[in-house]
Design a protein around this ligand. Structure first.
Ligand code: ATP
Ligand code: MG
Length: 772
């Protein structure tokens, strides 16, 4: 057998030289005699022969040329070639005419060139390895390297031109567009054979104006007419239906795929499998076909081999056609829309905040991020874009549309739209975006593009669509499917990070580095903004370190949620709940001692005497909001007035002492407790529950040994306030460490950043359930 060939365990052969497998002996023979194998064999022979005649030379002066080296070695015989290393001047491979010359060279004990002693040794023998050319479809070929992007952007004159440049660098080229068009035509032809009257309609980024090299190809297979056609073949009024659907192929034909399935009664997975079968068997150049029936919008995924394009076909996504057209209309309505969206999409991708990873995940998807930018443009003064409600008023008779029960009417072209009178530059719009969303209460309201404003949660939740919308830490209402939160997948961590990154962005945009081109060739403008960010661990508030507790209404049971929404001053009700929870977490869960007699002015040092600072171990959930022990009552800056007073700047403060390193090794102890304890129905839930966390702290304290009576490890004050905006529902907790606690406090604070919001949410949820 050929030395390059190995037989495979499950039959067949593999040619190691060419990385080719053959199913049987005859096809192996074909391969071995074929052009590719012959070419690689002779290439390998040539390389091996060259290796046997070459020497590896180093030690010469930097800057020595290939011809100087060649001249030197010619004293021993003919030199076939000299190959210098890439950086020129570190080493060279000198290929001699034959082995005899090489031996002469190696026989000489010393070589000198230009006063430098050369090191000359035989060339290492390397196994010949064929590297198949990387399979790069045109989808990837045109992708831009980060270096090129930086170079191009730094050359622009100002931020506005950087942003316009961005669009040119990212958007699909003419040839990419043509390719997509050809593919759509090919799909249409093939699918029409099997599904008479069907339409293949592209949507998403290939057509919505936010295209980018290599973006996926989203297709909608519209089977409405095919259904009519199928019914016509069966039903008595067939002739009329056929007239409407147009002529189809012979429906009696035996191989018609439609004879196997009734489209009106078939389930979604059944139709998807059929679509997948057509893709697999009948569309040339398509591979990796996979039906994903479980997705919110079920699809069949595929890959197109030559272009490297990834795509999916959905069968019940008519709303996506509408929102695609809406996005497109926005790009046509104002020329600032595209550059702004491109800049923000790239920024968010670099900060790992947004993107469309396969299989979802907690990041904002590109569609949701785009809607956020459009919303921002609707809310400028004067607005850059109209709201959907305004667009609806401009809709002509022919453009009225109801899709899946939702009103999707808006003008199909921009001729009915008044141009915007807003004159803000791209540079300032971008800075404003960061400023606005750096301080937006994402969890406490729903962003509505229909109305062009953020809807406060309580009243929204009482509405019909509000009751159905899945709330989360980031709420963006789909402009058409009003009960759908397009950012429902975003988790708390990403929502918080989005806000942090916006604040960082806003801060950077105020600097001269953003606003002015660097005359010294330094990174400026968008370039610095696009540098991948290390998420900021903490944020310095005016008086210290800040932790934001979001408005996690969904933690409440439906009953208490309703109650809270109807409360006259729901912000204060929520704030009270959060404060009670913070007290509980600090004192009972983390076993800190907290003092702060009611009425004590904020900022006053905690009283040093009295038993107030003794750690309280194992106490049973005192309810501070019901006037529990004085030691845990938060101090109020202002005594509470009767009745609602939304303008009232109320704050609550705690003075705390931490006696043990309760923030360290919690995971390990949690695991140990789980092993020791009785099996729980839901281990995950149990692991995070308040009771378990209390036990974890107790275990840590026990391990550390009792240190009662000695000085605490840390002292700090925490001050809670409602967020500053008119309708802000967040609770801002500002931490100020006692003097000289440096690194130890930082560790504790980093731990609290994740732990406290999570535990507060649990406490609030539990308290609400307990009350029912
Ligand atoms: P890209 O593919 O470049 O990331 P895209 O806009 O095509 O951007 P996809 O995730 O491919 O984004 O989604 C395609 C289309 O599907 C979107 O344009 C939108 O019409 C619709 N879509 C995507 N995500 C959602 C969502 N969460 N809710 C509603 N519609 C969505
Ligand atoms: Mg897409």
């Amino acid at each position: 057998m050929e030395p390059d060939v190995e037989s495979l365990p499950r039959g067949g052969f593999r040619c190691r030289l060419c990385h080719v497998t053959a199913a049987n002996q005859p096809s192996l023979q074909d391969h071995l005699q074929g052009k590719k194998h012959q070419r690689l064999e002779s290439l390998r022979a040539k390389r091996q022969d060259q290796e046997l005649r070459s020497v590896f030379v180093s030690g010469f002066h930097k800057g020595t040329s290939a011809s100087e080296l060649s001249e030197y070695f010619q004293a021993f015989g003919d030199v076939a070639s000299v190959v210098m290393d890439k950086d020129k001047g570190v080493y060279a491979i000198v290929e001699l005419q034959d082995q005899e010359v090489m031996e002469k060279v190696l026989a000489q004990p010393e070589h000198c060139l230009g006063g430098q002693r050369l090191r000359v040794k035989p060339r290492e023998k390397k196994e010949f390895k064929y590297m198949p050319p990387k399979k790069q479809g045109s989808a990837h070929r045109e992708q831009l390297s980060p270096e090129k992007l930086v170079q191009a952007l730094c050359q622009a004159d100002d931020v506005d031109s950087q942003m316009s440049q961005l669009v040119q660098l990212f958007e699909l080229s003419e040839s990419e567009r043509r390719l997509r068009h050809l593919l759509v035509t090919l799909f249409q032809e093939v699918f029409s054979e099997f599904f008479p009257g069907c339409a293949i309609l592209p949507f998403g980024s290939s057509v919505n104006g936010f295209d980018i090299h290599g973006c996926d190809l989203d297709l909608f297979l519209d089977l409405e007419k095919t259904k009519t056609f199928q019914a016509s073949a069966k039903g008595p009024q067939g002739a009329q239906a056929e007239e409407e659907a147009g002529p189809g192929p012979d429906s009696d034909s035996e191989d018609s795929i439609l004879s196997d399935i009734d489209l009106t009664t078939a389930t979604v997975p059944e139709v998807l499998e059929l679509v997948a079968a057509v893709l697999r068997k009948c569309v040339p150049g398509v591979h990796s076909v996979q039906a994903v029936p479980s997705a919110r919008r079920p699809v069949v995924k595929f890959c197109h081999k030559d272009s490297g394009l990834l795509g999916d076909i959905s069968i019940n996504n008519r709303l996506a056609l509408c929102n695609t057209r809406f996005l497109q209309l926005c790009t046509e309505a104002d020329e600032r829309v595209r550059p702004l969206v491109y800049a923000l999409r790239y920024w968010a991708k670099q900060q790992a905040l947004a993107g469309n990873p396969f299989g979802g995940g907690p990041l904002l998807n590109n569609y949701a991020l785009t809607l956020l930018v459009l919303f921002f443009l609707q809310t400028r003064s004067p607005p850059v874009l109209p709201t959907l409600a305004q667009l609806r008023e401009l809709t002509g008779d022919g453009d009225q549309a109801i899709v899946d029960g939702w009103d999707c009417s808006f003008p199909q072209d921009t001729s009915r739209l008044e141009p915007s009178t807003n004159t803000e530059s791209l540079c300032s719009l971008l800075a404003e975006f960061f400023r606005v969303f750096g301080d937006h209460d994402f969890a406490g309201c729903v962003i509505s593009l229909k109305e062009g404003r953020a809807l406060p949660l309580p009243s929204f939740l009482l509405s019909e669509v509000g009751a159905k919308l899945k709330l989360g830490p980031f709420n963006v209402q789909d402009p058409f499917e009003l009960s759908h939160n397009v950012a429902a997948n975003v988790n708390e961590k990403i929502a918080l990070r989005f806000q942090h990154c916006c604040r960082d962005g806003a801060k950077y945009c105020r600097s001269l580095q953003y606003q002015r081109k660097s005359s010294k060739g330094k990174a400026w403008g968008l370039v610095r903004l696009f540098q991948p960010g290390v998420p900021e661990a903490g944020e310095l508030g005016p008086d210290g370190l800040l932790i934001t507790i979001p408005f996690t209404l969904m933690a409440l049971s439906p009953g208490s949620r309703q109650q809270l929404c109807q409360a006259r001053d729901f912000r204060r009700c929520w704030f009270d709940k959060v404060c009670a929870a913070v007290t509980f977490v600090l004192k009972d869960v983390l076993k800190c001692s907290c003092t702060g007699p009611a009425g004590e002015p904020l900022g006053q040092e905690p009283t040093e005497q009295g038993g107030g600072e003794q750690p309280i171990v194992g106490s049973k959930h005192p309810r501070s909001d019901e006037g529990g022990s004085l030691a845990v009552s938060p101090a109020k800056k202002k005594p509470r007035a009767e009745g609602p007073a939304p303008e009232e700047e109320e704050s609550v403060s705690w003075s705390c002492a931490v006696w043990h390193r309760v923030w360290m090794g919690r995971r390990r102890i949690r695991r140990q407790l789980r092993h020791l304890g009785s099996p729980q129905p839901d281990a995950e839930q149990e692991a995070g529950s308040l009771e378990v966390e209390e036990k974890v702290s107790e275990a840590i304290i026990q391990q550390e040994g009792d240190s009662m009576g000695s000085e605490p490890l840390l002292r700090f004050t925490a001050c809670a306030q409602v967020g500053s905006g008119q309708e802000d529902t967040r609770t801002l907790l500002c931490f100020t460490p006692g003097p000289q606690q440096g690194l130890l406090f930082q560790d504790f604070y980093h731990f609290l950043q994740g732990f406290l919001p999570r535990m507060v949410e649990r406490y609030v949820g539990r308290a609400a359930r307990g009350r029912q």
